[in-house]
Ligand binder design. Sequence first.
Ligand code: FAS
Ligand code: PHB
Length: 395
Amino acid sequence: MKTQVAIIGGGPAGLLLSHLLHQAGVDSVVLEHRSRAQVQSRIRAGVLEQGTVDLLRSCGLGDRMDREGHPHDGMQVAWAGQESFFIDVRKHLGKRFMAYGQTQIQEDLHAACDARSARVIHEALDVTLHGVESANPHVTFVHAGQEQRLDCQFIAGCDGFHGVSRKAIPANVLREFEKVYPFGWLGILSETPPLPDIVYANHPRGFALASMRSPTLSRYYLQVPLDTRIEDWPDERFWQELKARYPREIADRIVTGPSIEKSIAPLRSYVAEPMRHGQLFLAGDAAHIVPPTGAKGLNLAVSDVFYLSRALADFYGTGSPFLLDGYSDMALRRVWASVRTSWYLTNLLHRFPDSTAFDQRAQEHELEYLRSSPSAQLALAEQYAGLPFEAPGGA
Ligand code: FAS
Ligand code: PHB
């Protein structure tokens, strides 16, 4: 088999890259080691930055999002029995963000692949990268029991944090940055009407978050210790604890019901630099992980893929490697801006086991500053709604 770009991973990064490259006339093959149904069954992100919304619309993937998604002007912060406050992103910036699930985006991407008969090979096992430092790399894999070889000019590593692509970068080249938070999020999905706004809560019992996937599908999260077991959290306990972390006037509006999904995700930040080595380019979770507090993970995968598809299209269109050579630095500027924002929000809204009285006071006054200062709210709104994508020349 032969293609211009071999894409490892058929999650949002891999399939969106394949879609954008196709629109630019660049051929690709996607190698995904899970079945399509397994990829489709994942429940993950839910909030899209303005840039993500605009990109999905511009490449023909926005119709269902615009029908079923829920645009938001801002988000609410509830705080330990204090008066909760609304950060009006639209008033500050003239931008909105969209609540639309990654699950739905994955469905839309799969449908777009079907519509263009894209070459996406599911259950491609033992994917191995070869010659990434040469001008003619290739990938081997096993499919339906047969050894296969895919010759290509570039490899896009879109295979997530546990993928193989990042491991193809030599240890003496790769620089890794990691921060592990001492807690996780216990999340549930319930077929109940959600609160009208996304509401973050900072409470002595811990962080809580109220979000949604549709007018009849709610998504809620609780900060829990790392050793938490799902079997210790029956629905009744979850709802009781969630309500305990919100002020009464908000808690009384939470509609409870049976959970249809329940999972625990640990919180950490991770960044790999550089995001390019030879003919290998990393995008999405293969290169970085952020705590979900800032709703940045999926949006970063989208911005990486936007930059990479633009660079590859320019190379094949003009022969210039300029944008490819600048990809890693450009992507990492946005990655670190989102890592910092997610770190800021995680520290602002969670209760840390080793927090001192000083830390607690500082956190309370940071919240008070955010509540009372339009400038502080503008600074957060700018990051939360997403910075504009950089122009090809940077800045
Ligand atoms: P993905 O991990 O989604 O996709 C990588 C793909 O590569 C997968 O399909 C995998 O099967 C495949 N793959 C892996 N190894 C391979 C190999 N060796 N060969 C071939 N294929 C391979 N983000 C938010 O913004 N908000 C949230 O609330 C949120 N919640 C999350 C909850 C969980 C449990 C997790 C794990 C992540 C969450 N995220 C959230 C982040 C998440 O949305 C990611 O940012 C997003 O999936 C990134 O997309 P990809 O980079 O495509 O990686
Ligand atoms: C979600 O809806 O899953 C969600 C919303 C806001 C966040 C994180 C996750 O900050």
